[in-house]
Ligand binder design. Structure first.
Ligand SMILES: C[S@@+](CC[C@H](N)C(=O)[O-])C[C@H]1O[C@@H](n2cnc3c(N)ncnc32)[C@H](O)[C@@H]1O
Length: 262
């Protein structure tokens, strides 16, 4: 299959054209099974996700990574272990703005399940470090405390470039109606992901010129990020209107396209 293309059609058919063991990174932001939208209506999201995991695991290179997006229960009660290793269940934390639950705690996060096929072949920690200003100030204050000078904390390596972002990501906000990045209000809640979120994943789990697959491309955020970060990509999207948005973002350039839309 030709790379650096977005293909219109059904993932379950198009994926047969992808060679086995050929993909370095897969970003799978497909149906969540929570809205009434046609593409999101899934009877059993866990069964759907295990079938997707099974298919995609074949396409990954050994050591390649799959990031699967969903609601907190998206991989509950399914056995993915014959196919992939689950390294982290990243919590993409969003303090709620309006949705206040009355009979339960409001759900304030999505899951990004980070799987690899065997041991991860790539994890570029230095490319995704986040500031650790609090720790730096704290450390300076504590420099002369005996437990730091003599004890095990004295050996803690402080990295000037920042710290590991950890598995709770609250520093990247969902897009809102006001976000400059938003392609169309029509696709706000269920669709478009912030580029920063996808950038973190692409930087961590792939290298330049490697191949990234987005089987549910939506507005094409992953593909645009790959283009900008010099990764090769393949995208699938079932909705022709979204495919043309992807193409415009890719071929006109993301910035130019937004100006044109405004
Ligand atoms: C959550 S959205 C992806 C959003 C994307 N990450 C972005 O930033 O724009 C999921 C997309 O999957 C597409 N989709 C759903 N079922 C599909 C299928 N069977 N094959 C291909 N695309 C599908 C939907 O049309 C929708 O655009």
């Amino acid at each position: 299959m030709k790379t650096n293309e977005i293909y219109q059609g059904d993932f379950f058919e198009l994926i047969n054209q992808v060679d086995d063991d050929s993909i370095d990174l897969i970003i799978c932001d497909g149906p969540y099974g929570v809205t009434e939208k046609k593409w999101d209506k899934i009877n059993n999201i866990q069964e759907f996700n295990i079938s997707v995991i099974k298919i995609l695991s074949k396409k990954l290179k050994t050591g390649g990574a799959l990031y699967l997006f969903g609601k907190p229960d998206c991989i509950d009660f399914i056995d993915y272990r014959p196919y992939l290793i689950l390294n982290s269940k990243i919590v993409w934390y969003q303090p709620s703005r309006l949705a206040q639950g009355r009979i339960n705690y409001t759900n304030n996060y999505d899951i990004i399940a980070y799987f690899t096929k065997g041991k991860a072949k790539t994890f570029n920690l230095d490319d995704i470090r986040v500031p650790q200003l609090v720790e730096l100030e704290h450390r300076k204050r504590c420099e002369n405390v005996p437990s730091v000078v003599n004890g095990k904390f004295g050996k803690t390596k402080f990295n000037e470039k920042g710290k590991n972002p950890g598995d709770v990501w609250g520093d990247i906000k969902q897009l809102t109606y006001k976000s400059k990045e938003l392609i169309s209000r029509k696709y706000l809640h269920t669709i478009q992901k912030p580029k920063k979120l996808i950038e973190r994943i692409v930087k961590a789990s792939s290298n330049e010129r490697e191949l990234v697959l987005d089987p549910f491309a939506g507005t094409g955020t992953t593909l645009v990020v790959c283009q900008e970060l010099k990764r090769n990509y393949i995208g699938f999207e079932i909705n022709p209107a979204l495919v043309s948005i992807c193409k415009n973002r890719l071929y006109l350039g993301d910035v130019y396209y937004k100006i044109k839309m405004a």
